[in-house]
Design a protein. Sequence first.
Length: 256
Amino acid sequence: MRLEIERAGCGYGGKPVVEDVSLSLDSGDVLCLLGANGSGKTTLFKAILGLLRLRGGRILVDGADTASWPQRRLARTLAYVPQAHTPPFPFAVRDVVLMARTAHLGIFGSPSHRDAAIAEDAMEALGVSHLARARYTEISGGERQLVLIARALAQQSEFLIMDEPTSNLDFGNQVRVLRRIKELAGRKLGLLMTTHFPDHAFLCASRVAVLKAGKLLAMGRPEEVITGGQLEGAYGVSVRVVEVEAGLRVCVPGMS
């Protein structure tokens, strides 16, 4: 399947935030969206998810405009992993993941044995099955992020929209989440994610897009887009991209 953002424009009130942005994402791809704070990444995500009305352009899935889709159909196509989540109640981890099946239930429906099995499979895929009975409020930040990704996987949508999935995680948990993202792409899911760390795009992305002030600055393969010049243009700081070994690049900020 293909998700296309076609000349999208969106904002709040009378203030435009994103203007004339076009992107596309195919099943099995990881598209990483880079940009400074305020560049419009989260606003664009809200428009893709149908939470914010477009001021211009279209969101298409396999050529079909999603503007008129009901929320249930959108939920069966697009799953969302937020950058932060404040749990309202100490649900068991299993129940948090099982909530994803709401998109497949009727108004008065309740989860079936099949729904429970799908939730179990999602927890197994993300390596959090051992936390099934744990209280969601009492697990670590890294574990919580993996649970949120498991919940999105249990939704059985074609595309995962992930807003800074490694935000506020320590180094080890960042690596674990990035590994899971690559594995999900191998399952033929399409993943669109934001990150504040360009190095992460080198590790898991098949393509990269850079936003600046709500406009698309560049898009292409990571090695084409993540350059010192592009990063300086996007973030306003001096950066060198260094190849530490064949096929492995890292970003080194200038400190002078």
